[in-house]
Each structure stands twice: as C-alpha cells, then as structure tokens.
Design a binder for this molecule. Structure first.
Ligand SMILES: N[C@@H](CCC(=O)N[C@@H](CS)C(=O)NCC(=O)O)C(=O)O
Length: 230
C-alpha cells in the first residue's frame, strides 16, 4: 500500500491538482493499492509541492518521479514504441508546463473567477484564518505564475494561447479514443488530469468554454474517467 499526499479534493473532482489526478489515475490503471492523505502544508514537503508519495517509508515528491519509480515495476507503458513515448512526452509537457499555468491563472489570478476559487478552497476555514490565508496563497500563486512567465501576458493573450493548444490537442486526438495507443497510458493520465480540471473544475473560464466546443476532447475526458475511475 502506498500513501498519496495531496491537497484536499475540490470542485467535485478527485483532486483540483492535475498532478494528483494523474497519480491516482495511474495507480488505478496499474492496480496499485493506495490511500489518499489530504494536507495543505506543501511547503513542508521535500520540494515544496504536492502531490508526494510515501513508498516503502520513503517520501517521494513530484508526480512524474513517482510514476517513473512505479513504472519500473508496473510497466503500464511497456508496449509503447520510442515514437509513442516521444509523442506522449511532448503532449504531457504541453499540458503540464503550459496549459497547467493557464489553469492556475484562471483560478487564482483572474478577478472574474478568484471569488469562486476562494470560496471553494477556503470557504470552510475559520473566520480568523479567512482574513489572511486566501490572500497570502493568492499572492504566492501570482508570484509563481509570474516567475514562470504566464502571468506576464494579459488575460486575452493567456486564454488565446491556451485555446490554441486545445485546438491542437483536438486535431491530434481526431477520432482516437486515447492519444497514444488504444489503451490509456501514463501520458493520458497526465493529459486527462489537466483537461478534466478545465472541464469539470468549477470555473466557467474561456478555456472551459473552448474545450466544450471540441466534442472529441469532451468524449476523451469521459473515456478516461470511465477507464481509470478517477
Ligand atoms: N512537477 C510537480 C508539480 C506539482 C505542483 O505544481 N503542485 C502544485 C499544486 S497543483 C503545488 O503544490 N503548489 C503549491 C505551491 O506552489 O506552493 C508534480 O508533477 O508533482
């Protein structure tokens, strides 16, 4: 049994973090027994982020490194060719290194949606903590998103860039069930983690609306959910 430490679930999703969804989806597909632990103190974790897994009593940070370790034994992607891996890797990078940050922007920075996120993430906090925790977390998100680069663009530019990636993902998926092979791969776990957060993540952002206009991506998200159960 492994332990998955992550932020608490939100918006009716298994988790509001694409990386935690990816990890849970992977464990389900690979038949790995796991238990979820919810915490908010990511700064106390080895790399300051969540999720983190405890495997054989050792804390391992970073969903990618955790899956890399688990894959050595479970080999979900064993039938993929080098080209499949290359394509999957590039799609995963697009989702986790570009689209993810527009998700962060829409939830934490865009004034249109911050009130919704604030209520969802912090609504149940004691009144005294509500006075400063949400704003200090928001400041941190703004700092991270600005250092990464996304928040240096204006709102229209950020959503236009994300929507262009959504168009490309839809074109690449075409009428396939999954992106890389006829089975759900580790790469699909990552892509699904990000896309389901846009579609089902409680924010009526321009990216969600754009995603909804791509029937194949909406069906893809449903297929992934039905396949992994997360
Ligand atoms: N590369 C990491 C990224 C994890 C990550 O960015 N986690 C975010 C939540 S989605 C986090 O912990 N943010 C807290 C912070 O930056 O303070 C992974 O794959 O696990």
């Amino acid at each position: 049994m492994i332990e998955l430490h992550q932020f608490p679930p939100a918006f009716g999703l298994a988790n509001a973090s694409p990386f935690a969804i990816k990890l849970q989806a992977y464990c389900r597909l690979a038949n790995i027994e796991y238990k979820n632990y919810y915490r908010v103190d990511s700064h106390k974790m080895p790399k300051g982020k969540l999720p983190v897994a405890k495997i054989d009593n050792q804390l391992i940070p970073d969903s990618g490194l955790i899956i890399k370790k688990l894959e050595m034994k479970h080999q979900l992607d064993k039938d993929l060719s080098p080209q499949d891996h290359a394509q999957g890797y590039l799609l995963q990078q697009l989702c986790e290194e570009q689209l993810y940050w527009s998700l962060v922007y829409s939830r934490w920075i865009d004034d249109d949606f911050w009130p919704v996120s604030k209520e969802e993430f912090f609504g149940k906090l004691p009144a005294i903590l509500k006075l400063f925790v949400p704003n200090s977390m928001r400041k941190r998100a703004i700092k991270n998103c600005t250092s990464q680069g996304t928040a240096r663009h204006n709102k229209q530019e950020i959503y236009a860039m994300a929507n262009k990636s959504i168009d490309h993902l839809s074109a690449l998926l075409a009428d396939k069930t999954f992106f890389i092979s006829n089975k759900m791969t580790t790469y699909d776990c990552a892509i699904y983690g990000v896309l389901t957060n846009f579609l089902n993540g409680g924010i009526q952002s321009p990216i969600k609306k754009h995603l909804e206009s791509h029937k194949n991506l909406v069906e893809y998200i449903t297929h992934c959910k039905n396949t992994c159960g997360v």
